[in-house]
Design a protein. Structure first.
Length: 220
């Protein structure tokens, strides 16, 4: 990958990592708030720690609860509106903090580790390589309807945590798309094995078809 593309991708990953941190931070603020919206405290944000308990409350409770029902002393709808209002009120401060986060992203995900990650040649979950993708496409064994898939993609093992060396792997488009935010890396490893079997069968069938074609043309 060209250096300029690596830099662009690194910055994009940093932005997405910041969004994860910001959403959880604002969610915690919404739960703690008595109603008033204070200005965003940059120092508090930088010291903010993402805990398993907070992630569980945000993903398994907040997003899975009807808007009219309560979490603590607020309805889900009140929390949702509070968060949006807080972000709008602190828009300038958030942009400033985001710029600092991106500038110092090397402390979260060292650039050297990021570049080493990009050197991985196969999908962490199913083992598919780009050479396999090209072979499948040549043999008309792919049926996606978009332009993704021609390169491996960065996936977070836990999509509710920031991007880091420990939390990031290379994934094929199909596994990344299927895993979404729902499955843990451990859970999707089971699914990845099943996907790998499908790729294996398609590649084997492609090789048989290719051999038969060669045989026909050789006889002619």
């Amino acid at each position: 990958m060209e250096k300029s593309k690596k830099v662009s991708l690194y910055k994009s990953i940093a932005k997405r990592s910041f969004e994860t941190r910001l959403n959880l931070y604002v969610f915690e603020m919404a739960l703690e708030s008595a109603g008033d919206q204070a200005d965003l405290d940059a120092e508090r944000f930088n010291k903010f720690s993402i805990t398993p308990e907070l992630v569980e409350k945000y993903t398994a409770e907040y997003w899975q609860t009807e808007r009219t029902k309560n979490i603590g002393n607020k309805t889900v709808d009140e929390i949702y509106k509070w968060m949006n209002s807080y972000k709008e009120k602190n828009k300038s401060a958030i942009e400033l903090i985001q710029a600092g986060y991106i500038q110092n992203f090397n402390q979260v995900f060292p650039e050297q580790d990021f570049e080493q990650l990009l050197e991985q040649k196969s999908c962490f979950y199913c083992g598919l390589t780009i050479n396999d993708v090209e072979s499948l496409a040549t043999k008309r064994k792919l049926f996606k309807k978009n332009e993704r898939g021609w390169s491996l993609e960065i996936d977070r093992k836990n999509s509710n945590l920031e991007y880091s060396k420990e939390n990031s792997v290379m994934s094929c488009y199909w596994c990344n798309n299927a895993k979404t935010d729902e499955f843990t890396a451990e859970e999707f490893a089971v699914i990845g094995k099943a996907i790998a079997m499908v790729w294996h069968d398609r590649l084997r069938e492609s090789n048989i078809i290719g051999n038969l074609t060669d045989l026909i043309f050789t006889k002619k």
